[in-house]
Write a protein that binds this ligand. Structure first.
Ligand SMILES: [Zn+2]
Ligand SMILES: [Zn+2]
Ligand SMILES: [Zn+2]
Length: 110
């Protein structure tokens, strides 16, 4: 058994990766130059770096707010959809506008 570039050649004829080589693989990560973020995928790093550049390519169609990732944008848009439903606190009936709900609530008060 002898060492060769971090890999260990075992007597049974198989190569075994040593800790040395495993560490080398981990060093081959893509590091963000502006924070401690690192990823083994360049695509992930590029997406991450949008945070620092302030670029927000995903815009909310309801309020125009920008987001760095599509997922964040979709999650945000969900809150708008919830906003659009106006629920009666007395009978739980749902209305598409607050005016319709107000009108409905007044019928409970009669
Ligand atoms: Zn960063
Ligand atoms: Zn929005
Ligand atoms: Zn009601």
């Amino acid at each position: 058994m002898y060492l060769n570039h971090g890999a260990v050649f075992l007597s049974n004829g198989k190569w075994k990766t040593s800790f040395l080589l495993q560490n080398k693989i981990q060093i081959h990560r893509f590091h963000c130059s502006q924070c401690s973020y690192s990823s083994d995928r360049k695509y992930h790093l590029l997406r991450h770096q949008l945070i620092h550049s302030g670029e927000r390519p995903y815009k909310c169609t309801f309020c125009g707010k920008g987001f760095t990732t599509k997922q964040n944008c979709e999650t945000h848009k969900m809150t708008h959809r919830q906003d659009q439903i106006h629920c009666c606190s007395i009978c739980s009936q749902q209305f598409s506008s607050s005016r319709a709900l107000q009108r409905h609530i007044s019928t409970h008060l009669l």
